[in-house]
Design a protein around this ligand. Structure first.
Ligand SMILES: Cc1ncc(COP(=O)(O)O)c(C=O)c1O
Length: 405
């Protein structure tokens, strides 16, 4: 055994003659024979990579060869994730960053300049709206918000010759509205506006058939699955990814290789989990819709959802998020949240654990009363993210929490 280790270790010749103080710093690496393979790709946790010659480094920096030098620029494990995700979403290339928000802000900061105009949706992820309305404004980039279901409001929001991009969602966070992706793409192409779809709710296997310019994902959700790592992805054509990579490299919000490894591990069970979560979500949504203590139940898979037909047409499945209004206002909503046992009150989604979040408190505090009403957010609205547990247990937990008093 020792002989095998000695022949596989590098640099075996030097370490035999080294002092131990030097040896512990320059430890041997295990190298596998060319016919002996690791089933799971190794995790490249190293920040630094070296070459055997100056020429090799010069060639890398002059883009005459490929390779790795420093993990803020490119890391082999992160690269494996980028290639895997872009293949799933059917894009030419991708970049992974430290969080979903880093993917959103990195994309917008890479593409927009002072004097540009950008459009977002009222009904969508709150931090995206805040970034558009407050942060970008400080850099001389103005934004308008439109309503996802109202194409006229989108047409009116676009300023010809000035609007550079639209960032939107479907299903939307937190109330699962469905955007007519084909019509939005058509409208934006005609106006020369880049389409950026935050596809976090729908997942990597949905919406690839549309001519979307850039797909964004929070990997923290369905990619990782277990809720123990954060990440974000930007998936697009090579020309745009090259540009965004060049820009985000200097911003520094890189994905740690260990988090990338969690994502790669999670992706191996992505379809199993997503399918199960969708199946559970439909079961739970049907139960909630028929419960006398709920008012509006929104799940794109329910035929009562205002955009069910559109969702059926443009999605392969309906996601794992449900929005409900609890009968009896805020007081009953609070009681419901406090009584839940399996569902945990936490601000995330897409993981194996079922979660619940009060929508107004978590996602609507920057909207006016009128805007909240239009976005289907009331004081008793809660967002449920359905996990992979047995549906019977989830329904039992919801039943006891909905039972009055
Ligand atoms: C639609 C959507 N986009 C982006 C994000 C941000 O992701 P992260 O928490 O990984 O920054 C979230 C998080 O909830 C989200 O729901």
């Amino acid at each position: 055994m020792l002989t095998v280790i000695e022949t596989l270790f590098v640099p075996a010749r030097q370490w035999k003659t080294m002092n131990k103080e030097t040896f512990v710093v320059h430890q041997p690496h295990t190298k596998l024979d060319s016919d002996n393979h690791s089933l799971i790709a190794p995790l490249y946790q190293s920040v630094k990579y070296y070459f055997d010659s100056y020429q090799a480094v010069e060639d890398l920096l002059n883009q005459k060869r490929e390779g790795f030098l420093y993990s803020r620029v490119l890391n082999p494990t992160v690269r494996q994730l980028e290639v895997t995700l872009s293949k799933l979403q059917n894009t030419e290339d991708g970049i992974c960053l430290a969080s979903g928000v880093a993917a959103i802000t990195g994309t917008l900061l890479s593409l927009l300049s002072s004097g540009d105009h950008v459009v977002g949706f009222y009904d969508g992820y709150r931090p995206t709206r805040i970034f558009l309305r407050e942060t970008l404004k400080r850099f001389g980039i103005n934004c308008s918000l439109a309503w996802g279901e109202d194409l006229n409001s989108l047409t009116n929001a676009i300023i010809p010759g000035k609007t550079k991009a639209l960032i939107f969602e479907s299903p939307t966070n937190p109330t699962t509205k469905i955007t007519d992706v084909a019509s939005v793409v058509k409208l934006c192409k005609k106006a020369g506006v880049l389409t950026i779809l935050d596809n976090t709710f729908a997942g990597f296997h949905n919406h690839s058939d549309f001519d979307i310019d850039i797909y964004l994902h929070s990997l923290t959700k369905f990619a990782v699955g277990s809720g123990d790592a954060m990440g974000g992805a930007i998936l697009s054509r090579k020309e745009l990814i090259d540009h965004i990579r060049h820009e985000t490299m200097e911003m520094g919000a890189v994905l740690d290789p260990r988090a990338a490894d969690f994502c790669l591990r999670g992706m191996r069970t992505y379809f199993l989990r997503y399918d199960r979560q969708c199946e559970n979500a439909l079961n739970v949504a049907e139960f909630l819709e028929s419960n006398p203590n709920t008012e509006r139940t929104l799940y794109p898979g329910l035929s009562s959802h205002p955009n069910h037909d559109l969702a059926k047409k443009q999605m392969k499945d309906f996601g794992a998020v449900i929005s409900i209004d609890i009968k009896g206002g805020k007081a009953q909503m609070e009681k419901f949240l406090n009584k839940l046992k399996l569902f945990k009150l936490a601000g995330s989604l897409g993981s194996q654990d079922s979660l619940v979040a009060p929508s107004e408190l978590f996602y609507g505090d920057d909207l006016s009363e009128q805007e909240k009403k239009k976005a289907f957010i009331t004081e008793s609205t809660v967002r449920l993210s359905i996990g992979t547990e047995h549906p019977q247990d989830l329904i039992e937990d919801l039943t006891q929490a909905l039972t009055t008093p």
